[in-house]
Write a protein of this length. Sequence first.
Length: 190
Amino acid sequence: MRTLISTAFISLDGVVEAPGGEPGYRNSGWTFKHVEFAPEAFEIKEREQREAAAILMGRVSYEAFSPVWPDMPEFADYRTMPKYVVSKTLTEDKLVSNWGETTILRSLDEVAGLKQTEGGPVIVHGSATLNHGLSDAGLIDRYHLLVFPLLLGAGKRLFSATDKDTQKLKLVEHEVYANGLQKQVFDVVR
């Protein structure tokens, strides 16, 4: 069974929207505008590329990443890695041709089926809405969070607001950097 890892840049108040500068959000690009860069804090991002066997994302994140990431040297390991996009509306003709094999999944049941296959970890990038569904369905096994010392107020949040039973997490890795950034890695306790 594969491990499903949700990875996110997240503000202290839980916002994950537009960390890299995506248009349409008031605080777009917040990860590099207000916090001094500390390269050691991003080691986990390099590790994710080495350890992941596939990428899972929602349609909106796919449409944001697919025109840019294939040509970025810092995401070179993702070029040939299998990609899965969860969408009810995306069609095959909208997939880019220069980013390796991409499969469209139409439901969370198909994601659950993917988790049952052989292979290494599947990493979820971006995809706030997808993260809500995955979490609510009990499909996320681990969280890789880079928590920024910022309060952004409004914006898409990583965690759903669904009224559900408490879900316990176990902190398995933690580090605080001089710029106030925190790395927090949690396993979901079943």
